[in-house]
Ligand binder design. Sequence first.
Ligand SMILES: Cc1ncc(COP(=O)(O)O)c(C=O)c1O
Length: 436
Amino acid sequence: MANLGQKYLIKAKKIIPGGNQLLSKRSEIFLPNHWPNYFKKAKGCKITDLENKSYYDFAGMGVTACIVGYSDKDINSSVKKTIKLGSMTTLNSLDELKLAEEILNIHTWAGMAKFCKSGGEACMIAIRIARAYSKKQGIAFCGYHGWHDWYLAANLTNSKNLDKQLLKGLRTTGVSKTFKESIFPFNYNDIDSFEKIIKKYKKKIGIIIMEPRREQIPKKNFLGKIKKIAKKNNIILIFDEITSGFHENLGGIHLKYNVNPDIAIFGKAIANGYPISAIIGKKKIMNNSQKSFISSTMWTEGIGFSASLATIKKMKKYKIQKSLVRYGKIIKSGWQKIAKKNKVEIMIYGLDSIPCFKFSYKNKVALSTYFTQEMLKRGFLANTSLATSFAYNESIINKYLKSVDKVFGEISLILRDKKKLILDGPIKHTTFRRLT
Ligand SMILES: Cc1ncc(COP(=O)(O)O)c(C=O)c1O
């Protein structure tokens, strides 16, 4: 029988295309027909669904945004104060200036900051600023950068151009054809693929946008080499740190790798899930944005600023990133030991604070669906990737790993034909698909 969340989802799909606004929160990518889908309340790292069942979140903590924990009392109290004083008026919020100072103090190479609400929007702003500055329009890119035309246009030239980045199967329906041949992909840690497109499209490319780190560790000074080539060719380098930023260290992960870009973008974690994103950059480039028109009412709204100031304050006070990395390392080594003990082959990868694993078998998607299904029965929202949170502790992680051990034990039997792989619903989706 369908759970309450799934019943509402059927209703939602009739009036909301796809049922919700974000691919990464769709039931179909976790556990089709059985994922709780909606929540009633969330606190720390626990979520309560519509049927009052509580789960520990080991499935991403709000799409990697809620690193401090859900409904954090200090951040909430700052937000509540802002609401009480008025979060939207004819005049500007002084918190905007305070937040710009705060983020620029962390990133001393940058001289100016702009703010908006979402990550994709921040990428669009960075691209516009870079185009306003550069004499060239073309973009070299690596990684995921949202839903806007400038990015999806990569698939206009070749429908598989985005497949080697984060999301496979993205379609270009509705994307302006005029962007064809304006954006070119290269692969992470593959400096040859980068040099090849820079050489081929030298006359066009004026911008590089990339995630400085996602699944792989940069090898052979990959980031340094990109920067050197960018500088030599007078190309603007943008680091998209919407996911990597503020997870492993206070600020962009580029600070850890000691390679500064011309522009960096942050979102998600900078306000523990409250809506705000930031674009910072060198003064001469950022100031050039005034030659363009980049402006929006809701970018001035005060909740995002106050939430971000409170989040950064808390990150500093409790050295939150240290905990995120430590918890991630415990989880990664736990997975490794459990997999070995149960003779289940997996590959572990990703940032320590955003650890991931893959089953090394042909039917890996079915196994991963089974993992999510059985972990859910044990009280965990779990996927083969997660984002650690300051709301975790050793005891919660131990409970999680004990359940992982049990489920891996069952998977081990399945792999050895001693148990049937029974799924209560369809296999999870791994690519973008239209939902009916
Ligand atoms: C690196 C990166 N860029 C851009 C985005 C898009 O951000 P948003 O979903 O807030 O629009 C994401 C989201 O996951 C991301 O990870």
